[in-house]
Write a protein that binds this ligand. Structure first.
Ligand SMILES: C[S@@+](CC[C@H](N)C(=O)[O-])C[C@H]1O[C@@H](n2cnc3c(N)ncnc32)[C@H](O)[C@@H]1O
Length: 314
């Protein structure tokens, strides 16, 4: 096989690629970044441009078509314009443009483009873009979260491309037979996602009640969305018996300007005293936690008894 220099080895329209890549950070609707958090996500625009330019020949490799340097420069410019258009987010699913892009790749690869393998695929930007460019894409990663993201992004949707949804409500819908790309799959995910949410609300919704917000948090009602959880032991003092939270710090956030911590309050009005916590934000900081020294010894907030390490561990 004769080696032919690829466009990426000669030049790239970097300014347009950088601009489109930077812009992607603020795009949320329809972007894979909303599928699942991934901390080292590569911009789709860069991956798209790099894959394309790694497969398409530099015009200097075709002197029969572009004999002079000027001809080559002109052809390179044409390829640059194509890259500049394809990296734009709005063109991600532009059929005509993608058809032109496929045609260029086919031309440079004798109609048989190589498959793309990203063995460290992370958030899946490279295999996703390879698939968009009409290439056979393979991905793997050591991290199971990355594997799941890649399955959801590039493995499962093509299997259901152009398929109608299967949920009973959509089956009755007027759109029967008119489902393109991942529309049917998306409809099913929406339907069954809602079903799961509703079921979860039915079964555990009582654990996430509505609470009245203090004025400093904006007032009104809000739904509890998360609980902070701590191990507890029963206070060894038989006259107390309170559940002692085994926490080593009351800090929730030490970020500058966003300091937050919890403040314990003991309710002695009931037979077995109970500790309630309130979240405090602003300047200052929490009181010392009930942890004593370096081991697993804790002070009871209700009666001041100190547990032995043996008691806590057993
Ligand atoms: C920089 S990230 C890849 C980012 C990715 N290109 C993207 O667009 O999101 C590197 C990835 O390599 C994976 N990795 C590291 N060591 C690995 C190994 N030995 N085998 C497979 N994957 C590995 C990590 O889990 C991580 O997801």
């Amino acid at each position: 096989m004769t080696y032919r220099k690829k466009l990426i080895e000669v030049a790239l329209p970097l300014e347009a690629i950088n601009k489109a890549s930077a812009r992607e950070k603020s795009i949320r609707h329809g972007h894979p970044s909303t599928l699942h958090l991934w901390w080292a996500r590569r911009p789709l625009a860069t991956c798209r441009a790099v894959l394309f330019a790694s497969l398409v020949d530099d015009p200097s490799e075709h002197p029969e078509e572009y004999p002079t340097e000027k001809d080559q420069e002109q052809e390179r410019d044409r390829l640059f314009r194509l890259i500049e258009a394809m990296v734009k987010w709005e063109n991600s699913n532009n059929k005509e443009l993608l058809a032109k892009v496929h045609a260029e790749i086919f031309k440079s690869t004798g109609g048989n483009p190589p498959p793309v393998l990203d063995p460290f695929a992370g958030g899946g930007s490279i295999p996703l873009e390879a698939q968009r460019l009409g290439l056979e894409a393979h991905a793997s990663d050591l991290n199971p979260v990355a594997v799941l993201i890649n399955k959801a992004l590039i493995e499962i949707p093509p299997k259901f491309a152009n398929c109608p949804p299967v949920n009973p409500e959509a089956k009755k819908s007027l759109m029967a037979g008119d489902w393109h790309r991942a529309q049917g799959l998306a409809e099913d995910i929406r339907h069954y996602g809602k079903w799961m949410r509703d079921e979860a609300e039915k079964r555990i919704g009582h654990l996430y009640p509505k609470v009245t917000l203090p004025k400093e948090y904006g007032g009104g009602e809000a739904t509890v969305i998360a609980w902070l959880w701590a191990r507890t032991v029963k206070c060894p003092n038989p006259a107390c018996g309170a559940q002692m939270p085994l926490v080593s710090s009351y800090w929730l956030s030490k970020n500058k300007g966003k300091e937050a911590w919890i403040e314990p309050k003991v309710d002695h009005t009931i037979t077995t005293p109970m500790i309630r916590f309130t979240v405090v934000v602003g300047e200052g900081g929490p009181i010392d936690s009930p942890k004593v020294g370096r081991g697993s010894q804790f002070t009871c907030l209700c009666c001041g008894s100190v547990t032995s390490e043996h008691y806590v561990r057993n």
